[in-house]
Structures are given as structure tokens and as C-alpha cells.
Design a protein around this ligand. Structure first.
Ligand code: MTE
Length: 309
């Protein structure tokens, strides 16, 4: 596990992306969390669920091929437009079924919590995928600070609403009811794989990837990983998420990666691993729970996953 925050790591110690690429981390499907072998303390990492042929996706793709509708609908829009976002100061408001609620400065919320490097497979509902070296803090550690009560069965998150800086929120054509919202069941949120991401490739999180922090739940479709979070709400009732509100027959609350349940408009049986082109689509089969079934299937025991998509 990484012991230091990205800001504390001298630039000379940050592993260049080319080195990341060379060091393919292999892992069997059944293995749980492992610490990458043969790496120095500064670049030690936790790789979870990786398959033998998984390679870390080039940084340029992860940071320039994005979904962040607040900055436009094209994959290149977030990189082009997210520079306008002010991320400091950043306030997080906490409400609902918890003992400690109110407005908190972002730096106070993450104070004393050390980001760890987590290399995760990442699968978008649109059927493209990546392997990303996130820097993040276990979500459980963040949420426990607010002392959720027994009534907290779910946790809901909201993205910033600031149309002056978010060009997509000003768009006349957007059908999204801003702000973007998402949620998890508390046991999903407390699962050790769920993290709040504060960095990428050993560096600060770029705005287009959800600065200053965004959710990452690797066994779920990418739309669950809400970006630029300003609100955390604990509730007894299951919240509605943005894509579910737009098209409930296409997007559910759970959104667990599931090759057996197709999207009404396309198959989910396989995915395009980026980089991908028409000449080399780089297709591969999609795995149940995105390769994390051994770790998370238990959370859904007895549930009909066709109904609870
Ligand atoms: N969060 C917000 N606030 N707005 C968005 O449009 N898009 C989601 C998710 N989080 C989105 C969001 C979708 S559909 C995906 S696939 C991922 O962010 C993309 O994350 P990435 O751009 O870092 O790859």
C-alpha cells in the first residue's frame, strides 16, 4: 500500500507512464487484493481483479477521452473545457442520517487519510474499457468520519452545479436535470474496493477526470463513478441516479457490470479496450462484475440481477 500522499512524493519518484506500461501486473481471476511485487515504497500499488492480458491504459487516453457531461457530450470536450473549473476552495456538504453533518472544507475531510494507488479495470456502460492507476482513499474511511446512524441504508452523492464554469450545464440541448447525482447501498460503499479518487498516475486528479475527488467502484459501470462531488447524503431510501432518472428502462440503480444483461440498444457481452480503432477494435469479453466477482458477488446473493440491473 502506498504510504504517502501524491503531493508528498518527489517528482523524481513518480513512476513515468512509460514505466507503468512496461510493468504489467499479472493477476489470476480468483486472487483478491495483492500488492504489486518488486516495487519501491513510493510506487507500491494495489492491483485488483486484473487479468493476465490487462495493461495499464496510456495516460493520454485516460485524461483526454472522457465522459463528463457538465463540460460537453463529446469525449474530447471535458479535456478542452474543464480547465474553467475552480476546485479550490471546495466545500462538501454532509446531510441526512449521520451524527456529524454540515459543510466541511474538502481538505479537512481528507486530512490524515492517505491515498493508496489502486490499479482497477474500468468498464463504461457504452462498452469501452480501460485499466487505470487511480490514487484514492477507501470510501469507508471517508464516510465513517461522519458517523452514519443505523438509518443510513444508502449514501447519495451530488456533483457541483456551477453553470458559469460548466459549459454543459448551460446547454439548451441537455436533457440532464443538473446536478448529476449517484448513490450506493451502504454495504457497497463500505466494500474495500470502493474508493474516493484524488489522483491519477501518481499525480493530482485532472479536472476532466473529476477533480478534486470522484467515486470509483470498479465492479459497476462507469456512470456510477460520479465526479467533482460536493454533497454526501445518508438516507434510508434508495436514491435515484441521473441516468436512471433519464431512462429507467436502460440504466438501473445497481449498474453492476453484467455481460448477461444487454443494454436495450447494444450488447454488453464484450467491450472495446482502449486504444481501439476500426482496424483494431481490441474487443474482449466482458466479465461478470468486471472481473471482481470473487470479491463482490456475495453482496448480491439472492438478488435477481436481471431485475436489479
Ligand atoms: N460524473 C459527472 N458528474 N458527470 C458525468 O457526465 N459521467 C460518468 C462518470 N461520472 C459523468 C460522471 C460516466 S458515463 C463515465 S463512463 C465516467 O464518469 C467516465 O470517467 P472518466 O472520464 O474519468 O473515464
Amino acid at each position: 500500500m502506498l504510504i504517502r500522499k501524491p503531493a508528498d512524493i518527489p517528482t523524481s519518484e513518480i513512476t513515468p507512464e512509460a514505466v507503468y506500461q512496461q510493468r504489467r501486473t499479472f493477476m489470476g481471476q480468483s486472487a483478491a487484493l495483492i500488492v504489486g511485487a518488486g516495487l519501491s515504497a513510493a510506487s507500491s500499488r494495489v492491483s485488483a481483479g486484473l487479468q493476465e492480458d490487462d495493461e495499464i491504459t496510456p495516460e493520454q487516453i485516460v485524461t483526454q477521452y472522457n465522459n463528463f457531461y457538465e463540460f460537453g457530450t463529446d469525449k474530447s470536450d471535458p479535456y478542452a473545457n474543464a480547465g474553467a473549473l475552480t476546485t479550490d476552495p471546495w466545500t462538501v456538504s454532509v446531510s441526512g442520517a449521520a451524527n456529524k453533518t454540515g459543510d466541511f472544507a474538502f481538505e479537512d475531510v481528507i486530512k490524515g487519510l492517505t491515498p493508496e494507488e489502486r490499479i482497477y479495470r474500468f468498464r463504461c456502460v457504452e462498452a469501452w474499457s480501460m485499466v487505470v492507476p487511480w490514487m484514492g482513499i477507501p470510501l469507508k474511511k471517508i464516510l465513517q468520519q461522519f458517523e452514519p446512524t443505523g438509518d443510513a441504508k444508502y449514501v447519495a452523492f451530488k456533483t457541483l452545479y456551477r453553470p458559469e464554469e460548466m459549459v454543459g450545464q448551460r446547454s439548451f440541448f441537455s436533457s440532464i436535470d443538473w446536478p448529476y447525482v449517484e448513490g450506493l447501498r451502504m454495504d457497497e460503499a463500505y466494500h474495500p474496493l470502493s474508493i474516493m479518487v484524488t489522483g491519477l498516475y501518481g499525480k493530482e486528479l485532472p479536472n476532466q477526470n473529476g477533480a478534486p475527488w470522484r467515486l470509483m467502484v470498479p465492479w459497476k459501470y462507469g456512470f456510477k463513478s460520479i465526479k467533482s462531488i460536493v454533497s454526501i447524503h445518508f438516507s434510508e431510501r434508495q436514491p435515484v441516479n441521473t441516468w436512471q432518472a433519464l431512462a429507467a428502462h436502460e440504466y438501473g440503480f445497481y449498474a453492476n457490470v453484467n455481460p448477461a444483461v444487454d443494454h436495450p440498444r447494444w450488447s454488453q457481452a464484450s467491450e472495446r479496450r482502449l486504444p481501439s480503432s476500426i482496424f483494431n477494435p481490441n474487443r474482449r469479453p466482458t466479465l461478470p462484475f468486471n472481473g471482481y466477482a470473487d470479491e463482490v458477488a456475495e453482496l448480491y446473493r439472492g438478488m435477481d440481477l436481471r431485475k436489479n440491473y
